[in-house]
Design a protein around this ligand. Structure first.
Ligand SMILES: [Zn+2]
Length: 378
């Protein structure tokens, strides 16, 4: 998991006077033919060769040392996710690597500080969930981001716990006891809600998920301040003592539902905007044209859509129409491209756009409109 603390630490890793950092972002997605048989190693070697050309003469040796270390790491690396990020500064024995379950652009840089922008963009793009489990006297907090979970212990510890104080000489009626219990749940929920106001800032979560006992969950939802209740993505049914992995499983299930819903709305608004000609296009021809013009801001696509196309051998422009023989832009010869969709996604990322896959009913709808589309910058 990449935490905010990680990013702060990387940001603080400034130039140590004479430092150089090799930053590498690599697409290692094993569902792509080009990445099988460790094709990503070749991709990196080519990237590094390009970077090397621009390296300052005094830093040549240092670059070579960092390159050797990164390549050594990659040789024994077995990809389990879609992308990997590496920062290396051999001279100061600095090393940082993480795998991410998201598509990354292939790039390498050798600069005075870690090149963080693509990493920060990816982290910002994916929602961070805060998860609160609550019963009448306890509460636990977790954050879930990019499919990984982290528990933040003791954050509710100083929330006052009201213990039932019945004196032996005083017999409470059943009704009084019930009222006492309800008050108790109310008190506890109020304090947890109060504490959540600051936790949302501290852990930067975008959405909130609540679980625990039915009564406590209901009470917490009732007393949440508006700013927080607007962020509630849903509730999960797990006991407050649930294991971290059980909590994660429930959150992922809920997230899946929320995502399907969001994707559905996304495709709806794409089709509407494109229909009105408001900074959006759908269908391969219009989307590729916009991509070529550098206007694609957010590409929306159906993952398993079989998209055939070709690329200009001269200028690299991408074309969907298989029947074309020459490039519409420069007259160059067109060559068929296997994994055409992958090429389109790579180009989008390289031009600073983002890509988003839709599934389920949203995918069916987009498929009928050509399988991809884009929101445009202008
Ligand atoms: Zn061309």
């Amino acid at each position: 998991m990449v935490s905010y603390a990680d990013i702060e630490r990387l940001k603080a890793y400034g130039p140590q006077g004479d430092g150089w950092v090799l930053s590498v972002y690599l697409d290692v997605d094993q569902s792509k033919a080009s990445n099988l048989k460790r094709g990503f190693e070749t991709v990196l070697q080519n990237l590094l060769r390009e970077v090397e050309r621009g390296v300052d003469e005094h830093a040549r040796e240092e670059f070579a040392a960092n390159r050797a270390r990164v390549l050594r790491f990659l040789q024994s690396y077995e990809p389990r996710k879609k992308g990997v990020v590496i920062f290396s500064d051999v001279r100061h024995e600095f090393w940082w690597d993480r795998e991410l379950p998201v598509l990354l652009p292939n790039l390498a840089r050798f600069e005075r500080a870690p090149y963080l922008r693509p990493l920060i963009e990816v982290l910002d793009e994916y929602e961070r969930y805060g998860v609160v489990l609550i019963d009448k006297e306890k509460a636990r907090l977790f954050t879930v981001h990019l499919g990984e979970i982290e528990e933040h212990e003791a954050v509710f510890d100083d929330v006052p716990r009201r213990t039932v104080t019945t004196s032996m000489d005083r017999l409470w009626s059943q009704k009084n006891l019930q009222r006492h219990h309800d008050m108790h749940v109310h008190w506890h929920a109020t304090h947890v809600a109060e504490r959540l106001r600051e936790l949302v800032e501290r852990y930067h979560f975008d959405r909130l998920i609540i679980g625990g006992t039915v009564q406590a969950v209901g009470e917490l939802l009732r007393v949440l301040p508006k700013r927080l209740s607007e962020r509630v993505a849903g509730t999960i049914s797990v006991p407050v003592t649930a294991s971290v992995s059980d909590v994660l499983a429930e959150v992922l299930r809920l997230e899946e539902q929320v995502e399907r819903q969001t994707e559905h709305q996304l495709v709806e608004s794409l089709l509407t905007a494109a229909g009105k000609g408001e900074r959006a296009v759908v269908g391969p021809t219009a989307t590729l044209e916009a991509l070529h013009e550098g206007r694609v801001w957010r590409l929306i696509y159906v993952g398993n859509h079989a998209l055939m196309g070709s690329a200009c051998a001269q200028c690299g422009a991408l074309f969907w129409e298989p029947q074309r023989e020459t490039c519409w832009y420069c007259g160059g010869k067109l060559e068929a491209v296997p994994d055409f969709l992958d090429r389109v996604l790579e180009r989008t990322l390289a031009l600073g756009g983002s890509v988003e896959e839709v599934r389920g009913s949203a995918a069916e709808k987009l498929k009928a409109a050509g399988g991809l589309g884009a929101f445009l910058r202008y």
